[in-house]
Design a protein around this ligand. Structure first.
Ligand SMILES: [Zn+2]
Length: 56
């Protein structure tokens, strides 16, 4: 049951970040913000360069 719960939490986190990305623009260049998979962890990244945003 523990694994299942952790999976749901990851899905919730991913969905939340994807929604956040859709409603956010890059504070540096004003470009699109995307979600990226960083070694299994979903993060936000600028569409132009990952150097612009490192979050979370
Ligand atoms: Zn940018």
């Amino acid at each position: 049951m523990k694994l299942r719960e952790e999976g749901d939490e990851l899905e919730t986190r991913r969905a939340w970040l994807e929604e956040l990305a859709e409603n956010t623009i890059c504070p540096v260049c004003g470009g699109e913000v995307l979600t990226v998979d960083d070694r299994g962890v979903c993060r936000l990244s600028c569409n132009v360069t990952a150097e612009h945003i490192r979050w979370p």
